[in-house]
Design a protein around this ligand. Structure first.
Ligand SMILES: C[S@@+](CC[C@H](N)C(=O)[O-])C[C@H]1O[C@@H](n2cnc3c(N)ncnc32)[C@H](O)[C@@H]1O
Length: 229
């Protein structure tokens, strides 16, 4: 496994403590998935959350009726998903940090795949491998929703070029520290569309927030695309 994947993986083993569904998940449901594509959940549509963390988005989509599945590299996070959705423990799996184009999770055939704040922990080459595998697992015309960190995110100013699209992030702030942490920033909407070009672009957007001057903003691009098959 590449060194950067090892380092990022170690950093995520502690788990991502985010128990509640975020507005950048439930708003696209109401504004796009449901209204534009009829993905309401009432047909028990198959949904994969790639990099699902502790399952907040999965619990939300499940409450709407979706047949939900989640994968992550963090054992802590997958254990939390299994604890909070204890009737479907086999819908969650710890996966290898290194992607393969051949990866198929839970039989594939998804109507909707979401990857929220997860895909930018890959290098350019690994990101493309992962996108091929996700695309292969989608039904014709299925929808992908992904979010990608932009240079307006505070981590950018604490980063230096590393390799293959990645930047090494290192900082020590009163509440947060990072060292040996690697992020692949997306610099513009054009670059976003280019990276996801195996999907037909439906919408691009962004979300941002800032709560403390000493931490800066958390700018992310959003991409909604349709499987080209
Ligand atoms: C910022 S958290 C977001 C979690 C969740 N999507 C959410 O929005 O609450 C990033 C997640 O990506 C996962 N992750 C990082 N690198 C990964 C990889 N190579 N494969 C799968 N998951 C990964 C982490 O373990 C972590 O749960």
């Amino acid at each position: 496994m590449e060194e950067y994947l090892k380092r990022n993986s170690e950093c995520w083993q502690a788990g991502y403590d985010a128990e509640n569904v975020e507005s950048f998940v439930f708003r696209p449901y109401g504004r796009i998935f449901k209204t534009e594509f009829g993905l309401t959940g009432s047909n028990h549509e198959r949904l994969l959350d790639f990099g699902c963390g502790q399952g907040a988005a999965l619990r939300f989509f499940r409450s709407k009726g979706f047949d939900v599945y989640g994968v992550d590299i963090s054992e802590t996070d997958i254990a939390r998903c299994q604890e909070t959705m204890s009737d479907i423990p086999d819908h969650f799996a710890v996966i290898a940090a290194a992607p393969s184009e051949e990866d198929v999770f839970f039989g594939g055939e998804y109507d909707l795949i979401i990857a929220v704040q997860a895909l930018y922990y890959y290098s350019d080459s690994d990101l493309q491998r992962r996108l091929v595998s996700l695309h292969n697992q989608m039904k014709p015309g299925a929808i992908l929703y992904a979010t990608m960190m932009g240079p307006g995110h505070y981590k950018y100013e604490h980063s230096q070029p590393y390799k293959d699209g990645l930047r090494k992030v290192e900082f020590s702030l009163p509440r947060l520290q990072a060292s040996d942490h690697y992020v692949n920033f997306t610099h513009s909407e054009d670059e976003l569309i280019d990276r996801f070009s195996m999907f037909e672009k439906v919408h691009v957007g962004f979300y941002d927030a800032k709560y403390r001057e000493d931490e800066g903003a958390s700018f992310h691009y959003t991409f909604v695309g349709r499987a080209k098959k």
